[in-house]
Structure formats: structure tokens, C-alpha cells
Design a protein around this ligand. Structure first.
Ligand code: PLP
Length: 458
């Protein structure tokens, strides 16, 4: 068996200095490699495999659609899958969000949402409104406007000259805020800093405020105070700023409701979906907008000025449609809420383990933040690579987790995320926690295995 690593073969791998297990199949929450090793997919790949692996009927729906008509361009034609998918997404989405523009990746949906906001203001006769306000930490994608809106500094290393200015506001990050997320809330946690930024920039120049309703990988599943987004809604309304809820990671049921923002009793102006929308079967994302905004474009220029060949793609829409119907048929959003409670209950066992600073999240989304000192919350120095080391050891234990770094101060900070498929059982949750604990004990005692050495070099 050949090694799957650069420079073998022809793949430009995502990492050029480690070997990759070759996965041959997936079953439920499990991945199986060519040597028969089984991995518990604790993070659904990248928060994607919400329905679990190996659901043949979704692939079948895509194959059937490809056999009927695989592609028409969205400027010339419409088709059944996009019409039905839009109706399903509209019915599930909060408030008046009823217009669905399918794209392929989360980054594309974010780009489209920000462009929509800008175009909307120009077409309502307010062309000065162009500035973007976003949180730190936050992640909104990797294409250049979405990367500009993201606060992930290490992703920007070589591209700063190409990025646009985005006003950054500290996120409501309870574990690292002075108030620890409890009243009296600090200005980051009560939303005041967002208003301060808008006022400082001049509301007549601000187009949009963008936020993940529950923190994604950048802030490790941090849940804002229940009043946060009501305040944001009120601030955005008062200053005529559009509020974009980026639900690429949290949407499609991940936190126990179709959209996480619904749990805050708030309707955003624009919403993005991705990842779980196609459950990994179809690379599909979507911008969701209300008629009250679409109407301005309809009466004005007549279209969102954002052309992509593969938007509104029949096969991808058929995949997402089958994924949503599967989700509804098997009541998997309700299951995400119920199993989420089981996950968070079992994860409490980690609190006593070395270096565990915080365990948090909502539904089947959890973050575990590691610190050098639990009392002071001091992070490890970045060059220790704790999150990467833990992730490699977890893989050796047959558990896939999602690491993220830099959240403590932009450079330092180590956390890992858990986001298993919604079909996970209570026994699999306990197995996940057992494997997690074993990996952590090894990370704490410094026993290195083969996979760890491979990842340490990254
Ligand atoms: C909140 C959020 N927005 C946008 C994106 C970008 O999505 P994609 O990687 O599909 O382009 C991500 C990806 O992790 C995300 O978590």
C-alpha cells in the first residue's frame, strides 16, 4: 500500500507535510480507512455530515436528477429542485426570510450576502453605506471579501494587501470577557460595542453588521447572552444597518433549531447557510433574503449582481432537497437538540481533566478550550501547538475533532470543536468522551504516537 502524502501521487494535499489515511467508506458516525481502521467522526468532517455517512437515498436523488437534467444556467432557466428547495428552506427559516439563492460554498454565500447588502443600500439611494462591521473572533470564509470579514489572522498572512477594511468589534466571548457572560454584562457581551463602532464610523456609511449567532470554530461554540441579538437587532434598526446572520456552520439544525438565531427570538435581514445544508452529499450553500429587501432589487436594477456558473445547480439543489426531507422525515433537528443535551451532559466529565479551561456550546455543537493555567485562563504559547497535538492524538485514538487556534488573543489559544452527526447515539457519545479523555491524558503526559509526530510537523 502506498503512502498517501506529498510528493506521492498527484494530489496537492491540504497539508504537504503529513500522511493522510485513505477513507474508503462511511457508516453513520464512523469513517473506515483502507486498512480497516475506524474513526468516530466527532466533528462531521468540518461541521458538515449532519445526517451521518452512507445515506444512499441522498446520492440516489442526485443521480436521478443528473439523469434527468444535470445543468442549466440560472440566468436562462429554473427547475423543480431549486423551486422545491427554496420552498423548504423558506418554510424552515425565521420570520420573513423567504428568498433563497443557492451557491456552492459558505464563503460564496457570505460574499453574496455582503454584496446584496451593499447593492440594497445603493439602490435605496444611500450609496455612502458600504462599511462592514464584524466580530473578533469570527470566521466568515476564505474568499477575499469573506476573509476580510473574518478575524482569523493566520489565514490572512500572505493576503493582507488584497483585503478590504472591516471594522472589528470584540465578540461576546464569555470565557474571555471580564463579565464572564453574566450580568452586569460588559460592553462586548451586551452589544454596546457594536453600537459604538457604528456611531464611530458614521451610521450613514455602515452597510452591514455580520455575526455568527453561536460561535463557530473561531470562538469555539460560544453562546452569547440571550439578550445579545435582540440588542443587535434594535441597534441595526435604529442606525439602518443590515444584520447578516452567518449560519453556514450553525444552520440546518446543528444547534437544535434550523437556524441558531431563532433561539434569540430575532429575525436577521440576511442569512447564510452552507455545510449541513447538503449534509456533505452536495457542496451547496445559500443566501436567504426577505421580500422586503429583494423587492428593492426587483424594482431597481432587476438582479443581484453576483454571477456564478454553478449557482442554482440542479443536482446540488436535488441533494440539499433530499437532505432536508431526510432531516424532516427522521426528525433530526429535534434529535440534534435532544442528543445535544446528552453530549453536553457527558462532556462535563472533561472539566476535571488537565488543561480544560471551558466546555460550552448548544445542541450538537461543542467547544473545549484548553489553557495552560485553568485559574488565570492563560493560553499555551502558540509554538507548543497544543490543539494540533491533541487532534493528532485523538486521531490515533480513532476520534476526529476539529482544532482551532488563536482565539485567546489573535495568536495564542487552543480549542477543539465537536459536532457529530445528528444520528449519534448516547453510547457513541460516551465512546466519544472516552476517546477524548484518553487523547487528553496522552497530550498532558507527552506520550507521542506516530500520527502526532506527523501533525506536529505542520
Ligand atoms: C460561519 C462560517 N461562515 C462561512 C464559512 C465558509 O464556508 P466554506 O468553507 O464552505 O467556504 C465557514 C466555514 O467554516 C463558517 O464556519
Amino acid at each position: 500500500m502506498s503512502e498517501h502524502r506529498y510528493p506521492q501521487g498527484n494530489v496537492l494535499y491540504r497539508k504537504l507535510n503529513r500522511r493522510f489515511p485513505l477513507i474508503t467508506k462511511g457508516e453513520g458516525c464512523w469513517l473506515v480507512d483502507e486498512e480497516g481502521n475506524r474513526y468516530l467522526d466527532g466533528c462531521g468532517g468540518a461541521f458538515v455530515a449532519n445526517l451521518g455517512h452512507g445515506v444512499a437515498e441522498i446520492g440516489q436523488a442526485m443521480a436521478d436528477q443528473a439523469g434527468r437534467i444535470a445543468y442549466v444556467n440560472g440566468t436562462a432557466f429554473t427547475h423543480e429542485p431549486v423551486e422545491q428547495l427554496a420552498a423548504e428552506v423558506a418554510a424552515l427559516s425565521p420570520g420573513d426570510l423567504n428568498r433563497v439563492y443557492p451557491l456552492c460554498s459558505g464563503s460564496e454565500a457570505v460574499e453574496a450576502a455582503l454584496k446584496f447588502a451593499r447593492q440594497y443600500w445603493v439602490e435605496t439611494g444611500k450609496p455612502k453605506k458600504h462599511k462592514i462591521v464584524a466580530l473578533t473572533p469570527a470566521y466568515h470564509g476564505n474568499t477575499l471579501l469573506a476573509l476580510s470579514a473574518s478575524a482569523r489572522e493566520h489565514y490572512k498572512t500572505y493576503y493582507r494587501e488584497w483585503l478590504v477594511d472591516v471594522a472589528r468589534v470584540p465578540a461576546p466571548y464569555a470565557y474571555r470577557c471580564d463579565c464572564r457572560g453574566r450580568p452586569p454584562l460588559c460592553p462586548a457581551c451586551d452589544g454596546s460595542l457594536v453600537e459604538e463602532a457604528i456611531v464611530r464610523l458614521g451610521p450613514e456609511t455602515v452597510a452591514v453588521f455580520s455575526a455568527e449567532p453561536i460561535g463557530g470554530s473561531s470562538s469555539g461554540a460560544t453562546v452569547p447572552h440571550p439578550d445579545y441579538f435582540r440588542r443587535i437587532r434594535e441597534i441595526c434598526d435604529r442606525h439602518e444597518v443590515l444584520f447578516v446572520a452567518d449560519e453556514v456552520l450553525t444552520g440546518a439544525g446543528r444547534t437544535g433549531t434550523w437556524a441558531a438565531i431563532a433561539q434569540f427570538g430575532v429575525v436577521p435581514d440576511l442569512m447564510t447557510l452552507g455545510k449541513g445544508l447538503g449534509g456533505g452529499y452536495a457542496p451547496i450553500s445559500a443566501l436567504v433574503a426577505p421580500d422586503r429587501l429583494a423587492e428593492v432589487l426587483a424594482k431597481g436594477s432587476g438582479a443581484l449582481l453576483h454571477a456564478q456558473t454553478y449557482s442554482h445547480h440542479p443536482v446540488l439543489c436535488a441533494g440539499a432537497l433530499a437532505a432536508i426531507r431526510y432531516l424532516r422525515h427522521h426528525q433530526l433537528i429535534e434529535r440534534s437538540a435532544a442528543m445535544g443535551q446528552a453530549l453536553h451532559r457527558e462532556l462535563q466529565a472533561l472539566r476535571g481533566l488537565p488543561f480544560v479551561g471551558d466546555v460550552r456550546g448548544r445542541g450538537l455543537l461543542a467547544g473545549v478550550e484548553f489553557v495552560a493555567d485553568v485559574e488565570t485562563r492563560a493560553p499555551f504559547p502558540r509554538n507548543r501547538g497544543f490543539a494540533e497535538r491533541f487532534t493528532a492524538l485523538a486521531l490515533e485514538e480513532g476520534l476526529v475533532v476539529w482544532p482551532n487556534v488563536g482565539q485567546a488573543d489573535g495568536t495564542n489559544g487552543d480549542l477543539v470543536m465537536l459536532a457529530p452527526p445528528f444520528i449519534i447515539s448516547e453510547e457513541e457519545i460516551r465512546e466519544l468522551v472516552r476517546r477524548f479523555s484518553r487523547a487528553l491524558e496522552r497530550a498532558a503526559t507527552g506520550k507521542a504516537g506516530a500520527a502526532e509526530k506527523a501533525v506536529e510537523a505542520v
